[in-house]
Design a protein around this ligand. Structure first.
Ligand SMILES: [Zn+2]
Length: 451
């Protein structure tokens, strides 16, 4: 068992319960035994006691949108729109292989853990023919770090010759993509409540995927009981593409294809009109909000206040490391808060709403709200203890405000199912220097191959 005491606690439960001086007790089954004010009761048996003085415990952050492979192609097309950036990067991504993806995923997931993330999804949609088993490579990387992992089997089947954006050599055949997606679910997906690994179905975007693949992917996911994810309503260019090709908005297009529902979460949702927001709310369709990526690509600012007011499940995402070089989930709390306020003024989002999006909102997007996202008795012990008594935070008495408004906080401890993945700002299960070296080698190898 683990007992954390003398610590501020923000549970992010439905009532927003917080304790200025509280405790969390974690059982051997990796679930929370108790959380409350003051000292914990007496417990027998082997016990690790942790003094949380100067720290705040929150649920672990949940990353709802990422492309881990992009860690190998950071810092390129720095001043481009999404479509310009993609057109530059597609040819490089066409040379990906399992070794590059494994190294990039190790770096990206290690960095996420250090930024307070305990569960991450990944959206992988590039499967070069001779690239080996890239999905297996990133799953192994996640196991090496110790994070809970929700990789999605992505796909693209609409290339330039058919009016799409990607080059012909990096798309798959429609039926082959569907078969590979089903095989990935059969091989990897664990439906258990305490699963460390779950698969979702994730065709890439309206401008890189045919309507047939979109609609059949939805049928497949529902037959298998797994979730659906895609990019939607990210840029004006995408809106123009949908209006010209399908005669409707991206959300109307998604609805036509069976892509709205409480088993779907969409990346971005930046360009949504009032009726689209209402439909997402009515159908329980989630949105992965990626404010730093949207800013980096100049894509726009999502209407998060309105999404929350319509009860849309909103989670936070760092998005791929090539369109958001920082990829630091802890910092996205602040970025989300500031983005909402730039749109709607200082009342548009509170620090606690930002924290709730990054935790419970993410759990809802991934369908894990019964086991993750808040600190409550019986839930999985995925939590982060943030150090807030150093120069950067000391003097901000409201600990949640210190975390969200202040500079990125050091992760004193991060637990996934009660198992430590970060302690005193360092990875427990992996060597940061080795991850860095592997990522450097992967980047150099990929760029060399691309010459
Ligand atoms: Zn993305």
């Amino acid at each position: 068992m683990i007992l954390i005491e003398n610590v501020a606690v923000a549970t992010v439960d439905a009532a927003g319960t917080e304790h200025g001086d509280g405790h969390v007790v974690i059982g051997d089954d990796g679930r929370i035994v108790a959380v409350g004010a003051g000292h914990a009761g007496r417990y027998h048996g082997p016990l690790r006691r942790i003094d949380g003085t100067g720290c705040l415990v929150t649920p672990g952050l949940i990353n709802t949108h990422h492309h881990l492979y992009q860690w190998a192609t950071r810092g390129l097309a720095l001043d481009d729109t999404l479509f310009g950036w993609l057109t530059t990067l597609y040819p490089i991504w066409g040379r990906l292989d399992a070794e590059v993806v494994g190294a990039a995923a190790g770096a990206g997931l290690g960095w996420l853990a250090l930024s307070g993330c305990t569960t991450s999804m990944d959206h992988h949609y590039v499967f070069p023919r001779d690239g080996g088993d890239v999905l297996e490579a990133e799953i192994e990387a996640a196991r090496g770090i110790g994070l809970r992992f929700h990789p999605t089997r992505g796909s693209m089947d609409l290339s330039r010759k058919d009016g799409g954006l990607p080059p012909d050599n990096i798309v798959e055949d429609t039926d082959a993509a569907l078969a590979a997606t089903e095989a990935a679910i059969d091989r990897w997906h664990d439906p258990a409540p305490d699963a460390m690994l779950q698969i979702a179905v994730a065709p890439c975007s309206p401008f890189s995927v045919t309507s047939k693949l979109m609609s059949e992917a939805a049928v497949l996911a529902r037959r298998k009981g797994v979730r659906l994810h895609t990019h939607l309503a990210e840029t004006d260019d995408e809106e123009d593409f949908c209006r010209e090709r399908f005669g409707c908005t991206p959300v109307e297009y998604a609805e036509r294809l069976g892509w709205l529902g409480d088993d779907v979460w969409l990346a971005h949702g930046v360009h949504l009109d009032d009726s689209a927001i209402a439909r997402l709310g009515e159908t329980g369709t989630g949105v992965a909000h990626c404010p730093s990526s949207n800013a980096r690509l100049g894509a726009g600012t999502a209407r998060v206040r309105e999404l929350l007011d319509h009860s849309v499940p909103v989670g936070l995402g760092v998005d791929g490391a090539a369109s958001q070089e920082a990829s630091h989930l802890g910092s996205e709390l602040r970025q989300a808060l500031f983005t909402a306020r730039l749109r709607g003024g200082p009342k548009a989002m509170t620090a606690r709403e930002a924290l709730a999006i990054g935790t419970m909102g993410g759990a809802r997007c991934l369908g894990r709200q019964h086991d993750l996202g808040s600190l409550e008795r019986g839930k999985l012990a995925d939590l982060v203890m943030w150090r807030l008594d150093g120069l950067g935070h000391e003097g901000i008495d409201d600990k949640v405000a210190a975390l969200v408004f202040g500079p990125p906080a050091t992760v004193e401890l991060a637990l996934v199912g009660g198992r430590p993945v970060v302690e005193r700002g360092a990875l427990v299960n992996a060597d940061e220097a080795a991850l860095t070296r592997a990522a450097r080698r992967a980047h150099r190898r990929l760029m060399k191959k691309s010459d």
